[in-house]
Design a protein around this ligand. Structure first.
Ligand code: Z5A
Length: 217
């Protein structure tokens, strides 16, 4: 069985930058690896991603938003993640179940006890072996996301999450920290304010420990 690792954090925390470099790091060590994301890791997911993120002319209630994220996940787990793990690959995933709890429960206010069972069902009980959480102040993350938009000229219009109020992102950040506090053995929290190479060194060093532990065990 391969190894499932997730990358989490608020908007602009640097997880997408780091997951790419982590994939390259593992590949250089000869480990077969897939880098994927939620929402969007499958063909169905790519359509759901457009629906979920792009501003559109219809409204989502919080419950329907939740089910779309869960639908994306169920397809992703069955179509891509589980088959890759059973081929002994390492799967690095940009957001997974913790994002649902952080955004839909802490951010939007859905009841964690109600959502927990649904999240487990959609993920077919799959849990990450390790979760990197890149933590930083909301203002820093949002400023980076906006800066990236202006540099690329790509995200000229904020997506549905980027346009949420700062308070929303603060609750999400707090939610992630609560989750990390509940499972310190799974979460590895990194100060996302550090420069990219410094964060990368911390990620690589934690991955090296995991590789060594698996080789020993
Ligand atoms: N969502 C949800 O509500 N429920 C769910 O169950 C799931 C998701 C799965 C899409 O996520 C949205 O879906 C997300 C939550 C919701 N919305 N929000 N917010 P996404 O992952 O596709 O989008 P995102 O959160 O906006 O992530 P991102 O845009 O990919 O940003 P990032 O991964 O956090 O950061 P980045 O792209 O690596 O870096 C952003 C910029 O900062 C870029 O210009 C980098 O060069 C720069 N950067 C990166 N690291 C650094 C450091 N260390 N210093 C300085 N600058 C840096």
């Amino acid at each position: 069985m391969g190894c499932f690792i997730t990358f989490e954090g608020i908007e602009g925390c640097g997880k997408t930058t780091q997951i790419r470099m982590a994939g390259e790091f593992l590949e250089a060590k000869g480990i077969p690896v897939i880098v994927t994301e939620e929402p969007g890791g499958t063909a169905l997911g790519a359509e759901l991603r457009k629906l979920l993120l792009n501003r559109s002319d219809f409204e989502f209630c919080t419950e329907s938003e939740l089910f779309l994220f869960l639908s994306d996940r169920a397809q992703h787990v069955k179509e891509l993640i589980m088959p890759a793990l059973s081929r002994n690959m390492w799967v690095l995933c940009d957001r997974f179940t913790d994002a649902t709890v952080a955004y839909q429960c802490f951010g939007r206010g859905l009841d964690r006890d109600v959502v927990r069972g649904m999240v487990d069902f959609a993920a077919a009980g799959l849990r990450p072996r390790l979760t990197f959480l890149f933590d930083l102040p909301v203002e820093t993350g949002l400023a980076r996301a906006m800066d990236r938009g202006s540099k690329t000229g790509y995200a000229s219009e904020a997506d549905r999450f980027e346009s949420e109020k700062v308070e929303f992102h603060r609750r999400v950040r707090e939610g992630y920290l609560v989750l990390a506090g509940e499972e310190p053995e799974r979460f590895f929290v990194i100060d996302g304010r550090k420069e990219i190479p410094a964060v990368q060194r911390e990620v690589s060093s934690r991955l090296t420990k995991l590789i060594d532990a698996r080789n020993d065990g």
